[in-house]
Design a protein around this ligand. Sequence first.
Ligand code: FES
Length: 141
Amino acid sequence: MIEATFTEAETSAQNRPVLAVCAACSAQTALAGRDSAGKRLIDRLREQTDALGISVRAVPCFAVCDRPVTLAFMTAGKWSYVIGDVDPEIELSEIVAAVDAIAAAPSGVPALSQRPDFFRKGVIARLPPVAMTADGNDGSD
Ligand code: FES
């Protein structure tokens, strides 16, 4: 079963983003009997969740199916990012670097120079925090 909800503790723990990964990305092109690219990435991340220090959730689809693998970084009170074209065999240290950069940025928007390559090149969307005011001020930076 795919769980796509997040506890408050997950999104606020050390102000680090929760990483959500599409489990269905490239499922149609996966060889018979093999997992989708998204599922492979999720499995790799979950094998090392404690060591990596990140919280990983599988989601059924981000509706960005032409940009596999698609994932999102979401933090309570900060901007969220949807990122596509992530190689399922990516060095997991790059994902940790992205989590660290987002966690270190007060608004959740790290400088381009702080973003690993997949993050710089793959942004599909940036979503404001729910608490953003009507004038676009998120109250952080
Ligand atoms: S299948 Fe991954 S975003 Fe739709």
